[in-house]
Design a protein around this ligand. Structure first.
Ligand code: ADP
Length: 394
């Protein structure tokens, strides 16, 4: 029977899952799917390793009102498809590993309690990420489960990148710049070691531009600083999240506008970013296609902030040897890549129009002093690899 691993990436409105086969050099995907639109427009889509459609089912919102119902639905779909596979473990994306965990961990009851103690650090995400671990532990207590943290890759940050200019006691209390998207950065920097080793060994910025967005400065594959801080709200503007914000605005909304903490939280996480700026959409495709002045402004704002982040991280790195774009927008939007690089011309960056349009690995032009690359990310594969390594004791 083939040894397989299940990877679960549970978010608040969608749960992604992939099944991997343990292969000699790592892992190979057998199938992958997602149940998204939980509570709004639930839809289960699953594809096989060659992209063939294995499932595409829509549900009424009342059928899949919450994450627990989504887990049951995925479990029901997966059970017959796991026949003939020996599942040797389950890997999970867990947003927060707290101040100490710089590596994935095997989850037992005690570890689960430790991870639950980090819920106050990421109330929205941590609870959702941990829920499937509990469900699997109840149903299959024998099955090893591995938690892979979004924060882990950044734990080696120098102290300067880890602090806010706040009273020291808060730092000891866990109020630190953790940084997120670590599984993506780890995957992309690993892929870069094969695809462009001379770039991977240098001072680079990876811009993870998806519906969540951040940038990370890396030195020889190690994270030096990330634009995301204590929560996944900080840094770049995102689909619906505000990014860097004057903390005084939060005080103003509470003290002068009479908003509750929950209302402010909802605004900053769900009504801000590209959606808030444009008043039109959180989807970059819709904004690029729109003629509206508000949409153009939102796109401009996004590109400016990404370019500023790259320049700022180059100071942390003491120079820059390359820029890498990844995730939904970074991989698929030549317009955004062109706008970002256009604002970085003073650092010697130029694009080649054709390779940028094609989304090739190298998209820098002949006149560019720096390589500019597009490297697709794969967080689930990183989780699969970590899970396999941990189970095999490698
Ligand atoms: P998630 O954080 O949900 O995993 P992704 O990395 O898949 O996000 O990125 C999703 C975002 O990528 C979408 O919201 C959309 O704005 C953007 N996107 C995808 N394709 C394109 C494209 N061709 N042009 C511009 N933006 C795109």
């Amino acid at each position: 029977m083939a040894e397989t691993l299940l990877v679960i990436n549970a978010g608040s409105s969608s749960i992604k899952f992939k099944l991997y086969r343990a292969a000699p050099g790592g892992v190979e995907m057998l199938l992958g799917g997602a149940l998204d639109g939980i509570g709004t427009l639930p839809r289960l889509r699953v594809k096989g390793h060659a992209g063939e459609i294995l499932a595409d089912q829509r549900f009424e919102p009342a059928e899949i009102p919450d994450s627990a119902a989504a887990q049951r639905c995925i479990g029901d779909w997966l059970t017959p498809h796991l026949a003939g596979h020996e599942v040797i473990g389950v890997g999970h994306r867990v947003v927060h590993g707290g101040p100490n965990y710089s590596h994935p961990v095997l989850v037992d009851d005690e570890m689960l309690r430790t991870l639950e103690s980090f819920i106050p650090l990421a109330p929205l995400h941590q609870l959702t990420n941990l829920a499937p671990i509990r469900v699997v532990r109840e149903r299959r207590p024998d099955l090893p489960q591995v938690a892979c943290f979004d924060t882990a890759f950044h734990r080696g940050h120098p102290e300067l990148a880890d602090r806010f200019a706040l009273p020291r006691a808060l730092y000891d209390d866990g109020v630190r710049r953790y940084g997120f998207h670590g599984l993506s950065y780890e995957y992309v920097s690993g892929a870069l070691r094969t695809l462009a080793p001379e770039v991977a060994a240098g001072r680079i910025v990876i811009a993870h531009l998806g519906s969540g967005a951040s940038a990370c400065g890396l030195l020889d594959g190690r994270s030096m600083e990330s634009t995301m801080g204590f929560t996944a709200l900080d840094g770049l503007p995102m689909g619906t999240r505000c990014g860097t914000l004057d903390a005084g605005v939060v005080l103003h909304l509470i003290e002068q506008k009479g908003m509750s903490a929950a209302e402010v939280g909802h605004m900053l996480y769900h009504e801000s970013g590209l959606l808030g700026l444009s008043g039109i959409s959180n989807d970059m495709r819709a904004l690029i296609a729109s003629e509206a002045q508000e949409a153009r402004m939102a796109v401009d704002f996004f590109a400016l902030r990404v370019a500023q982040a790259v320049a700022s991280l180059s100071v942390t790195l003491g120079g820059l040897d390359g820029l890498v774009f990844t995730a939904g927008i970074g991989e698929h939007s030549p317009e955004i890549r062109a706008r970002v690089v256009d604002r970085l011309q003073h650092l010697g960056m130029r694009l080649d129009a054709d390779t940028n349009m094609a989304g090739s690995l190298r998209i820098d032009g002949a006149a560019s002093r720096l390589p500019v690359l597009v490297v697709p990310t794969d967080e689930e594969q990183m989780i699969g690899l970590h899970t396999l390594r941990l189970l095999r004791g490698a």
